[in-house]
Design a protein around this ligand. Structure first.
Ligand SMILES: C[S@@+](CC[C@H](N)C(=O)[O-])C[C@H]1O[C@@H](n2cnc3c(N)ncnc32)[C@H](O)[C@@H]1O
Length: 165
């Protein structure tokens, strides 16, 4: 789904067609906040969902909310752009409020992978604070590492970060 493919001359679908792969793609030229509930109404479900659309916090959070409803048990959600504070906050929410998800470490940079490992058993008033200073510091650290002039300190810090990961 993507409401803005027209801005890119619909290149994605044109390329898929040229490869004979368009028959496997159900493309919807609309916002995810329209398409995801529609898919839910259609009783569709998925084993893997990639979230990489609107990167404002509310947009990404809504994408996670509906993706969860559409995801099969043991299915995976992959978030892109973990360098962004908004994605970090969505991750903090999942880590603090969704024990039915587990974070899976991967060697991929800038991605976060989660697996659904059970049912959502929270009651209707459940809430755990998901702002964490650690998450904020991580975001500032990543921003410092990846923007501005590169130097030896940044290169070494990047290497250590990758080793820890
Ligand atoms: C960061 S790009 C990523 C595109 C693709 N996943 C990639 O890696 O090349 C974000 C894409 O999401 C689309 N997008 C932005 N807001 C959206 C929304 N609310 N619903 C669906 N797609 C959206 C944009 O048009 C853009 O193509």
């Amino acid at each position: 789904m993507d409401p803005f493919q027209g801005n890119y001359q619909n290149l994605a679908m044109k390329n898929l067609k040229a490869l004979g792969l368009d028959q496997f793609v159900d493309f919807r030229a609309d916002y995810s906040h329209n398409v995801l509930p529609q898919l839910y109404k259609e009783k569709r479900s998925f084993d893997f969902i990639f979230i990489d659309g609107d990167h404002k916090f509310d947009g990404e959070f809504v994408d996670f909310y509906y993706s969860d409803l559409l995801l099969n048990n043991k299915g995976y959600i992959l978030l892109h752009d973990t360098w962004m504070r908004t994605t970090r906050l969505v991750m903090s929410f999942i880590n603090s409020n969704r024990p039915d998800y587990r974070y899976i470490k991967t060697p991929l940079r800038n991605f976060a992978l989660y697996q659904k490992i059970g049912e959502d058993k929270r009651n209707g008033m459940h809430f755990r604070e998901f702002f964490t200073t650690k998450s904020l510091m991580k975001h500032h650290g990543i921003t410092w590492l990846t923007t501005g002039k590169q130097n030896l300190l940044k290169k070494m810090a990047f290497k250590i970060k990758d080793m820890i990961k």
